[in-house]
Design a protein around this ligand. Structure first.
Ligand code: CIR
Length: 264
């Protein structure tokens, strides 16, 4: 394995789930959804897990759930805050059955709360910047879901209309130090008051979904302009092949649930 980048050692758990062969049937509106390659997806997922390890993560690997084609996208099933985690009322019928096994694993690290339908909330719509949470009003998350999140979050929750893409985090990533990466076609950057915005160019919008772990940013490979901008802010980047997950409408953050820990 490549040497760890983060010198301070382990500082978070990362829940992941390797894709099963059924990933070829994942929900998607991507034009190439019918060419998802299972073997390539597994290899890309393994490289992703290695990157999480390099960034200092302790990997919690859940077994593949063949009955659930989208179950590799664990991020959508729960939201993890410092004091507790929330089991998400996911809207898509074919994904509801993913939630139980993820929250059973999270129970180990955080007490659990839940939000009930008709509220709908996917973890991919929850962007936690520490003091403030932004929540996407999207194809998957409704006003009731955001209201319920606001009651539980213990910090201000700002609704943001998602103009393009599946989830809020499809178009916005939080790097830390008050810096956001954003695709201005997916969200109105002026809504993120007080934040410095690193804009993704239109042809690089897919890479706006990136995952900052300390000073290391995991991002999709092949987006040189955004990579240079992120590195210009002092971050290290790890580029990852994401083609098979992109065809399934998923991005970098979708593949893990990060549970910060001080006790490791
Ligand atoms: C879905 O449509 O639910 C999956 N194919 C993709 C989920 C991506 N998750 C995310 O953006 N957080």
């Amino acid at each position: 394995m490549t040497e760890p980048i983060e010198k301070h050692g382990l500082c978070f758990h990362a829940l992941v789930r390797e894709p099963g062969p059924s990933i070829i049937h994942a929900l998607s509106r991507h034009p190439q959804k019918d060419s998802i390659d299972f073997a390539r997806a597994v290899n890309q997922h393994r490289a992703y897990v290695q990157a999480l390890k390099r960034a200092g993560g302790n990997i919690v690997a859940l077994p593949p759930l063949e009955a659930f084609p989208d179950s590799v996208f664990v991020e959508d099933t729960a939201v993890v805050f410092d004091q507790y985690a929330i089991a998400c009322p996911v809207k898509e019928k074919s994904r509801k059955g993913e939630v139980e096994s993820v929250v059973n694993a999270i129970r180990e690290y955080r007490p659990l709360r839940s939000i009930e339908p008709p509220a709908a909330l996917d973890g991919g719509d929850v962007l936690d910047t520490g003091e403030r949470v932004f929540a996407g009003l999207s194809q998957r998350t409704n006003k009731e879901g955001i209201d319920a999140l606001s009651r539980l979050a213990g910090k201000p929750v700002t609704p943001i209309s998602v103009l393009k893409g599946l989830h809020l985090k499809s178009g916005v990533g939080f790097l830390g130090r008050n810096i956001l990466v954003a695709d201005p076609e997916s969200v109105d950057p002026s809504l993120f008051k007080g934040f410095q915005i690193v804009e993704a160019a239109a042809e690089e919008s897919y890479a706006a979904n990136c995952l900052a772990l300390g000073n290391t940013v995991l991002m999709a490979t092949g987006y040189p302009k955004l990579k240079a901008k992120i590195e210009g802010h002092g971050f290290k980047t790890i580029e990852l092949e994401m083609s098979e997950f992109e065809k399934a409408d998923g991005g970098i953050t979708c593949l893990s649930l990060i549970v910060p820990s001080r006790s490791l």
